[in-house]
Design a protein around this ligand. Structure first.
Ligand code: LRH
Length: 493
């Protein structure tokens, strides 16, 4: 089989990468082309993303490929969810997109529910209520008479906005649109009733596309900048989590996944959205997957906790590698202090270390002081939160969950994978760590007719990537610790 090359742009909330995928002889090989940080820019009282910096990084990655004369068949872009760019009538970006961590949406859902009740919003969308969902970002902008929104002709979600900058074509890709809380998963259309409240019309979104459709080809401007030809840009699963879930190397359908990065997304793949009293009460989400599947999952504050602590340590000249942090966590006492990683105080605190200390003080637990103790507290608490969500999944899933697949950067952390395995009590398979980029590339391969369906994709992935397997250990000890976690579990700190 001849080798075919694909270019993936995978942008997360803390870092981004461009990756070259090579498919041949029934195997996929990856090569990281570039890796770069994605900074939240705090300015004039708001938090922004620098979309031009991201665009420049994509151009740099493409330039490298062109210099090396690698004949890429297509390009795919995936990013984090919910955020969007506003485009004026003249096709210009109206300002840098807001970052979902901007506190301007605090309280926005409650205000929105005075127009349409919470239950109805959930019933229409099946999306967990989170204050930063695009619907609530739009309602905040609308309420504040945001001049950019008032002038906007089009609204493009992040992967689509970058796709537009590369091709000049405006689309709205289904999986990323499903994170907005504006889409109805049954009809796969935007809901006018929800949009009316925020003064937005359906025509303000781009042409609606599903994963696999072509957006366009590189503009002449981008061709000149990069040295490439008219390479097609394919709409992959634009939502990073959707691309990651597509890459789960599962052997059958009875699995749950944990996509572990800045966020931890834990869930199952189902045929139809699960929207009922229990899913509403547990605030679970139904996001769009590939081939008509639904990602029934819950957001858990993931490596964000540790990423923020690491940044703080760096400012005091203490940079710790992940290996150092993991070793120190292992040496620290177990289950000494347990936090609810999803407590509001951890969403975007000025100091994560102080926020953790504050939570522990308020719940009468010892305050973790050393970097090892803090890291241990984060790992112990994450594994407990995973158990809590996993038990809900076990109750709601229409099948027995036989295995948990951990994918994404966090799957490289063997200590946390073992903790998670002990906590959930089923076998865990960790890897691939570049799940999102792999999903992105394989969906391009499918669009180019090189694989038939998601099952074939997953088979090919499982023969191409390395995984690590874990079996539950010391489960009684973990059960006991879970009781302690529940006793210290708070949602109001
Ligand atoms: C993970 C993610 C998640 C969203 C969040 C904003 O990167 O896409 O699925 O909820 O970012």
């Amino acid at each position: 089989m001849e080798h075919t090359y694909f270019f993936a742009v995978d942008l997360g909330a803390t870092s981004g990468r461009t990756i070259l995928g090579c498919l041949g002889d029934g195997k996929l090989e990856l090569k990281e082309v570039t890796r770069f940080p994605n900074h939240i820019i705090e300015a004039c009282g708001h938090c922004y993303w620098d979309i031009y910096a991201l665009y420049r990084e994509i151009i740099n990655g493409l330039k490298t490929i062109a210099k090396d004369n690698i004949p890429i068949r297509s390009i795919g872009i995936d990013t984090w969810g919910v955020d969007f760019a506003l485009i004026g009538k003249d096709g210009e970006l109206l300002r840098n997109p807001y970052c979902y961590r901007d506190p301007h949406t605090v309280g926005a859902p409650e205000e929105y529910f005075t127009h349409i009740p919470r239950e109805r919003v959930y019933d229409i969308t099946g999306i967990q209520i989170m204050n930063f969902n695009s619907l609530f970002q739009l309602s905040t902008l609308h309420r504040n008479h945001c001049t950019a929104l008032e002038a906007a002709d089009k609204i493009l979600f992040m992967p689509d906005a970058l796709g537009y900058m590369l091709t000049g074509k405006m689309v709205t890709e289904y999986t990323i649109a499903s994170t907005s809380q504006i889409l109805n998963p049954r009809t796969k259309r935007f809901e006018k009733e929800l949009l009316d409240v925020v003064g937005v019309r359906e025509e303000q979104f781009g042409r609606f596309v599903f994963p696999g459709e072509q957006i366009g080809v590189l503009t002449e401007e981008v061709q000149k900048l990069t040295g490439l030809g008219a390479v097609p840009v394919i709409s992959v699963a634009g939502h990073d989590t959707a691309s990651a879930v597509a890459a789960v190397p599962a052997q059958n359908e009875n699995f749950a996944y944990l996509s572990s990065g800045t966020w931890s997304l834990m869930g199952i793949e189902v045929k139809d959205a699960i929207i009922n009293k229990e899913s509403y009460e547990q605030n679970f989400t139904n996001e769009g997957g590939v081939e008509g599947t639904t990602r029934f999952l819950k957001n858990i504050c993931g490596m964000w906790l540790l990423e923020r602590c690491r940044k703080e340590w760096e400012t005091t000249n203490n940079s710790y590698s992940y290996t150092e942090l993991i070793d120190a966590a292992l040496a620290a006492p177990a289950f000494r202090s347990l936090i609810n990683p999803d407590a509001p105080c951890f969403q975007n605190p000025a100091s994560m270390i102080k926020a953790i200390a504050g939570y522990c003080k308020q719940t009468g637990q010892p305050v973790p002081e050393t970097y090892g103790e803090i890291t241990r507290c984060i790992f112990d608490s994450l594994s407990m939160r995973y158990k809590q969500i996993f038990s809900v999944l076990q109750k709601i899933a229409p099948f027995p969950i036989e295995k948990l697949h951990i994918i994404g950067g966090g799957s490289r952390n063997n200590l946390l994978s073992q903790f998670t395995c002990n906590a959930v009590g089923v076998p865990v398979m960790a890897g691939p760590s570049e799940g999102t980029a792999i999903g992105n590339i394989m969906l391009q391969a499918k669009a180019n007719g090189l694989v038939n369906d998601i099952a074939a994709m997953r088979r090919l992935i499982s023969t191409s990537v390395e995984t690590v397997s874990f079996e539950p250990q010391n489960t009684t000890q973990w059960e006991e610790a879970y009781h302690k976690y529940l006793a210290c579990y708070r949602e109001d700190i």
